[in-house]
Design a protein around this ligand. Structure first.
Ligand SMILES: *Cc1c(COP(=O)(O)O)cnc(C)c1O
Length: 374
């Protein structure tokens, strides 16, 4: 079902409908639930790269402990949104970005010995908050993307920690390791282990440990109804910093695209949309079929017959001139008509923000951010 405020936004949208609708209240509720599941003193940051819509970000910034950014552009967005605190990671920070992060008072997650030397030089004695992003030798929990325990460009190899320059005071460690992990018990074990490891590493390195950032990575099930079970996190006893993106905003977004044509080719039905993977790239990037619900539009003002299919599987494809522009494959519809709107839930994270908007130069979707409640 399409929630009524989203349906109302779609009824008010320009035709043919092509729109993102964001509901900040969903994200705000997620932040509150995550905070309630973790020990008092835990910091819940939101990873801006999942969705940097400025209005959504402002609503989130008012409820999160801060924002996590991965570029100078995101740093500026986070400042404009009124972030209480900012954490800055990223494997290729430029001098300008590092200097801006120092000026902003951000916690800088340093990713290499060279970056630490550059930061020390740029900080030039100014107060600077630093944590070491570490690629641990140990394995990490399962998920779609692994960042550590495996060769990646992220973080400092565990073996290199002992030889780092130590001119700046170090607050602790950043151990973001995985994305889209649906196994909450495994995630809780990862967090516990990250705390244990950080305590031991800080003792060995002579670091006065005040900061353990365990990253994001809480998963969303795009094709089924599995949920990340927050109750599994209640076993964690030590306050940490977390910075999820996907889990906070995925369910806060709906992408809607009107059916422009219905056709049968080589035995398959295609619903061709005003929209596609240039607005919502995730299914194409990950190679899965994203389910839709139908927002029926009864109005048909034209003198010619309205194309319609009943009781068939359809592929939902976009307006791009490439056979890869596919959002959904083989979803059964009871009835679908040209002029109906396909609504894609769970598109609030890594949707618009990761898509190649300008390929073919179609107009952008309308964006509606619903008022935040609470
Ligand atoms: C992308 C990213 C996150 C957020 O990851 P999710 O999987 O969206 O929760 C957090 N921290 C860092 C350093 C990241 O790069």
């Amino acid at each position: 079902m399409v929630p009524e405020p989203v349906a109302a936004a779609l009824r008010a949208a320009r035709r043919p409908v092509c729109a993102y609708v964001y509901d900040p209240t969903v994200a705000i509720d997620r932040i509150a639930a995550l905070r309630a599941a973790l020990p008092a003193g835990t910091q819940v940051l939101y990873a801006v790269k999942a969705n940097g819509n400025p209005d959504l970000l402002r609503a989130i910034a008012a409820h999160a402990d801060g924002l996590e950014v991965a570029s100078g552009g995101e740093l500026a967005l986070a400042q404009a949104a009124g972030a209480r605190t900012i954490a800055f990671a990223g494997p290729a920070k430029t001098d300008d970005e590092l200097a801006a992060a120092v000026t902003a008072g951000a916690m800088i997650h340093v990713e290499s010995a060279h970056e630490l030397r550059r930061l020390t030089h740029l900080a030039a004695g100014r107060p600077t908050r630093v944590a070491l992003r570490v690629n641990r030798a140990a394995d990490t929990p399962s998920g779609s993307h692994r960042m550590t325990g495996t060769p990646t460009p992220f973080g400092i190899a565990e073996d290199d920690l002992d030889t780092l320059p130590r001119d700046l005071p170090i607050s602790g460690f950043h151990l973001h390791a995985v994305s889209n992990n649906l196994d909450a018990a495994a995630h809780a074990a990862f967090i516990d282990d990250a705390v244990r490891w950080s305590t031991a590493a800080a003792a060995r390195l002579g670091i006065d440990l005040t900061y353990v950032n365990v990253g994001g990575g809480l998963g969303i099930d795009y094709t089924g109804d599995q949920r990340f079970d927050l109750t599994a996190l209640r076993t964690i006893r030590t306050p940490v910093t977390v910075e999820p993106g996907r889990w906070i905003t995925a369910d806060a977004g709906w992408y809607a695209a009107e059916v422009i044509d219905l056709k049968r080719n080589h035995g398959r039905w295609f619903a061709v949309l005003r929209g596609g993977t240039h607005h919502f790239r995730l299914p194409a990037a990950w190679g899965y079929s994203h389910p839709f619900t139908i927002h029926a539009v009864d109005d048909w003002p034209h003198p010619f017959p309205r194309p319609e299919v009943t009781d068939v599987p359809v592929d939902a494809t976009g307006e791009l001139c490439t056979p890869r522009d596919v959002l959904t494959r083989g979803q059964h519809v009871d009835r679908l008509r040209v002029g109906d709107v396909l609504v894609y839930a769970r598109t609030g994270a890594y949707g618009w923000d990761i898509s190649h908007h300008d390929f073919l130069r179609h107009p952008y979707p309308e964006v509606t951010v619903l008022p935040a409640v609470g």
